[in-house]
Write a protein that binds this ligand. Structure first.
Ligand SMILES: C[S@@+](CC[C@H](N)C(=O)[O-])C[C@H]1O[C@@H](n2cnc3c(N)ncnc32)[C@H](O)[C@@H]1O
Length: 260
């Protein structure tokens, strides 16, 4: 199991939706509005969309609500895939898949069958290195139909935080307190998650775990998408300090050779 997958299974997955800080339906509505504003709702009646690193499903539900016939929702965390499955029983369009994005998309998806792919909410910097990101971008290019769209949102972590600014209170309530500490690792940030939970007898218990998140300059991601063959729109600012990149596979495009 990769370090990221272990981090989610050992600690973060069971607190993930709570960490997002709002009611699930509110989060879905916010992301639906964002997706709608990105001009991805003009699609054929049987269109398939891929949600890459879907977590507990806020984008998958938003995409089902936008009218996609099939939403293939992929995540490496069994706990989050189980949560998404339980939350989305009212949406038969959503097909949860437990898989690692680094293992390729062939097992889950036919070539040139996907109208839209999204990789949102900072999933991209969770991949182990830039080679894995390059492979994923090529895989997405090859599964998209000509004219298909790829939407990415992620945090620009290229400016390191210093001193006490590296300690971030993520969320706190009467039962749980989540604090994050960010440690510089040059081309990456080590994210230490510290989660206090209160037992029934009032005792506070500390859960802790860490993982590496890549520092990805948005211009580097745009450049990579162009290199692979996408037509890329200018980087925009989105909710929660995320940058938003929309890329389109041209109608006439050479198929991309897999990175060796
Ligand atoms: C920050 S969360 C974003 C989840 C969701 N997109 C959202 O915005 O709520 C990152 C997600 O990526 C998943 N993930 C990380 N590395 C992955 C990989 N190699 N393959 C599949 N999923 C991965 C994690 O399990 C987690 O659910």
């Amino acid at each position: 199991m990769s370090e990221v997958a272990a981090h989610y299974e050992n600690l973060l997955a069971r607190h993930y939706t709570w960490m997002l800080g709002a009611d699930f339906e509110e989060l879905v509505a916010e992301q639906r509005q964002l997706l709608d504003s990105l001009d991805i709702s003009a699609f054929e009646p049987n269109a398939i969309v891929l949600d890459l690193g879907c977590g507990s499903g806020i984008h998958s539900v938003a995409l089902a609500q936008l009218g996609y016939a099939t939403v293939i929702s992929i995540d490496v965390s069994p706990t989050l895939v189980a949560e998404l499955t339980a939350r989305t029983s009212a949406y038969p369009a959503i097909r949860p898949v437990h898989a690692d994005l680094c293992a390729g998309l062939d097992a889950a998806v036919e070539p040139q069958s996907i109208a839209t792919a999204v990789c949102m909410g900072d999933t991209l910097p969770h991949l182990p290195d830039t080679t894995a990101i390059g492979r994923l971008v090529e895989d997405v290019f090859n599964v998209l139909t000509p004219g298909g769209t790829f939407v990415l949102t992620f945090r620009d972590l290229t400016i390191p935080l210093a001193g006490l600014d590296r300690f971030i209170q993520v969320r706190a309530d009467h039962e749980r307190i989540m604090t994050c500490f960010l440690e510089d690792e040059s081309d990456a940030v080590r994210v230490h998650d510290l989660i206090h939970t209160r037992d029934a007898d009032g005792t506070w218990r500390l859960g802790k775990s860490s993982y590496r998140k890549l520092r990805l300059p948005p211009t580097w991601v745009s450049g990579l998408l162009r290199e692979v063959g996408f037509v890329v729109a200018p980087v925009k600012s989105g909710p929660y300090g995320m940058c938003v990149i929309t890329a389109r596979r041209p109608e006439r495009a050479r198929p991309v050779r897999a990175v060796p």
